[in-house]
Each structure stands twice: as C-alpha cells, then as structure tokens.
Design a protein around this ligand. Structure first.
Ligand code: GLU
Length: 424
C-alpha cells in the first residue's frame, strides 16, 4: 500500500519525510501490529484556515493558519501552536505526528496534534498579534476543545497568547473553558512549573544519559542551539549541575567561551533585541563553526532539520539532547549512530513540556492546584520511567534510542487503534 498523500510532497530530509523514515525504521519491531502501521503515515484530520486581520495602518492582511490532528486513538489531540514565517502544512503535519509519538512515549492519555500560523510575529504590533491569535482560534474552534484537541505554546507563542486563545474559545462557547489550552498564565488556570518544564525534561533525560555514558556533568562542555524557553532553561540547569555552556547560537548569531558563558549575563542579553551576540562575555564566531565547537553535549533546541549529514560528521559531542522537534535528519541520525554519538530523541527528550501541560489540564478539570515541588517530582518520575523503559527496549533489540522510543510508543498507539477497531 502506498503512503503517498496527494497534498504534500515530502523529501528525504523534510519534516514529514523525516518522520516517515522514522516510522519505516520501527515497523520490523511491531509484530502483528504492523498491519496497522499505515495509520501512522496519514494525519486523521488537517484544517487549513484563512486568518484575515485589519493592520494598525488600516490595510487588510491575510495569513495561512493550520491545525492538524494526526492521531487520536489514545485520547484527545494535544500539541502546541507555532507562529513562524516558514510554517507550512507539511511541517505542521510532522510536528503533529511527533506529538502522537511523544505523548505515547511518556504514556499520557493523548493523541497528537499541532497548529501554526505562517507569520513573523516580530513584525506585528501587540494589537495585531492579538487579532491574529483570536481570529485563528475562532477559525479552528470547530475542531479544538477540552475533550477533543488542546493547543499549547510552541515556537514564538507564550502564556499571553494562550490567554487570548482561552478567552476567544470561551466567548464562542459561552462559558470559561480553561481546559481548552495549556501553558496559560498562572491565575487563569495555568500550572506552576509549566514554563520551565521542557528545559527541565531535557536536563533530567540528559543527566541520566550522561550517567549511563560515564560522562561527568561537572566540567562537561555543552553547546546549545536555540536560546528560547527550552535551550536557556536547559542550559541553566546543566550549569547548576556544574557543566560549562561553551557555545550558544540564536537567531542573531553564535557566541562562544571555552571557560563557560556566564548565564547570569547571557540570558537577559539574549532577551533583548540584540540577542545572544549582544552579550560581551564571549567571542562571536561564524554560525557554521558552531557545529564543530569542542563540546561533550550538543543541545539542538531551535527548529527542524538542523543536524544535517555534514554537521553530524563535524560534531565533537558524545551526546546529543534533542530539545527541538525533528532537529536531526535521517542520514545524520545514521552518521551519529556509526560515530558512536548517543542521541536522546526529541520524542522523549523534550516531552517535559507536554507532561506538565497534562498536569495543567488535570488541575483545570479538578479545579485543585498542586505546588511546584509536587509537579517537579511527578515530572521527573514520568520522564525517568519512560526513559528507562525505552533504554531497556533499545538494549533488547540493539537499536537506537529513537527507534526504541518509536517501538514503545507505536505499540501503544496501534494497540489502542486495534482495540477500538475501525468505525463503521
Ligand atoms: N509545543 C510543545 C511540544 O512540542 C508542548 C506541547 C503541549 O504542551 O501540548 O512538545
């Protein structure tokens, strides 16, 4: 049976092409459930919407919006919304599929979904950003909801945007529906620990992987690509554990210091318009040279497709922690495996965010809120249990952690699919 879809033309290293190749690699380990594998290669539902707004200067602008529900066999759709000028349907499809695998890998009762708007939010005023968010939410309102599909923050979206989404949806249904999105502000049903959760998950899984490799975090050299919510929080936690952040790359450039960048200065500098390179405590180098910096751990925490075959050859790291979704293309994955570089894949490494999103959703339904310690203890336990289970699977079949994560996750997804049966 062909898994080609008429509405996308993926290439080997494009996001959906990368995802399809990851699925192909797991099929031999699925036993009788392989019969259902084609279901993973087709999104359940994809909605494309027009998002028109009146700009501050009186002109009318239109933006492309998407919401893709990849799979809902195990529960409602779950996944973030991204605002970025390069967003495409194909990218959102891949991101939604990675959510399906991720929620199953950590055993949350969700399927996978994702949304996006093809827009550069840096070019919008606050008022325009609010209008784009509200119109998009209203357009996708026909498929989202606390029991059907729950959006959350992703690249360039935050708690304020979630507050507008929650309000728009609530106005349309005539009640306050806090459970329709996660990653909300604290006093609107948000959860303690949510902002830092993804970075924390990267740290928790990375610390365990380093322990198994015999890599001491004290003095370990770390290079971080992407210094937003995920990269900067992970960097801070590793630095607290004694590691040195020797290189950071963001949209403004790359800054290095072999003695360790001072995060107390770098983090606030990176939040200004000048970005990471406006920090004076390091040397600015060419962006491509980031990939050959002498380091022990590499954390890609930006966008997809960053670790190409060529960059995989160059890296000096022994351990790659995928804070971003889909940062490594399939050919690069093979090169890293051949070179003995351990990769903790996105679908487990960055699952901390959606895990605390799940806690937020549960707290919203019970209207009973937990303290931060309770959240972090539960988060660490879920991440460690999932990682250990995946590691055992990898050892048993002698496969990479990525294929092992897919094996654990896809078995759960396809078992649910089989048990539910096909309707009608
Ligand atoms: N956008 C995040 C991710 O890629 C979080 C999604 C969520 O919390 O639902 O995992």
């Amino acid at each position: 049976m062909s898994s080609e879809l008429s509405y996308v033309q993926p290439t080997a290293n494009s996001p959906w092409g990368t995802y399809l190749s990851q699925v192909d690699r797991v099929v031999p380990y699925l036993g009788g459930l392989a019969r259902w594998a084609e279901t993973l290669k087709r999104p359940k539902r994809a909605l494309i919407v027009d998002v028109p707004i009146e700009m501050d200067d009186g002109s009318i602008a239109h933006f492309e919006g998407f919401r893709v529900q990849h799979n809902m066999s195990r529960g409602p759709g779950k996944g973030g919304v991204r605002f970025h000028p390069d967003v495409t349907l194909e990218e959102v499809m891949a991101l939604s599929a990675w959510m399906t695998v991720k929620t199953a890998a950590v055993n949350l009762p969700y399927g996978g979904a994702k949304g996006g708007i093809r827009v550069d939010p840096k070019k919008l005023s606050m008022k325009e950003l609010e209008k784009v968010t509200r119109r998009y939410t209203s357009e996708i309102g026909i498929i989202i909801g606390p029991h059907s599909d729950i959006p959350a923050p992703d690249v360039n979206t935050n708690a304020q945007i979630m507050a507008w989404m929650m309000d728009t949806y609530s106005m349309n249904v005539g009640g306050t529906a806090t459970g329709v999105v996660t990653g909300k502000p604290l006093h609107l049903g948000g959860s303690l620990g949510r902002v830092k959760a993804t970075g924390r998950g990267v740290f928790v899984t990375g610390r365990e992987a380093a322990r198994r490799l015999g890599l001491d975090l004290r003095g370990a050299r770390i290079a971080v690509q992407g210094f937003g919510n995920v990269g900067s929080v992970a960097a801070e936690l590793f630095a607290e554990a004694g590691a040195k952040i020797v290189a950071v790359q963001d949209h403004t450039g790359t800054i290095v210091n072999e003695n360790g960048l001072d995060l107390a200065g770098l983090v606030p500098a990176s939040r200004t318009e000048g970005g990471a390179v406006s920090f004076k405590g390091g040397e600015v180098i060419d962006n491509e040279d980031f990939w050959k910096v002498a380091c022990d751990i590499l954390i890609p925490a930006a966008l997809e497709g960053q670790i190409t075959a060529e960059r995989a050859q160059k890296t000096k790291a022994r351990l790659v922690l995928e804070g971003a979704n889909g940062p490594t293309v399939p050919t690069a994955d093979d090169i890293l495996a051949e070179r003995g570089v351990l990769v903790v894949p996105d679908v487990i490494c960055n699952a901390g965010g959606v895990t605390v999103s799940y806690f937020e959703w549960v707290q919203d339904f019970s209207s009973f809120f937990w303290d931060e310690d309770e959240i972090n203890v539960r988060l660490d336990r879920i991440m460690m249990n999932a990682l250990n289970n995946i590691w055992d699977t990898a050892d048993r079949h002698k496969i990479t952690l990525r294929t092992a994560t897919y094996a654990v996750a896809c078995e759960r997804i396809l078992m649910a699919r089989q048990e539910r049966g096909l309707y009608p």
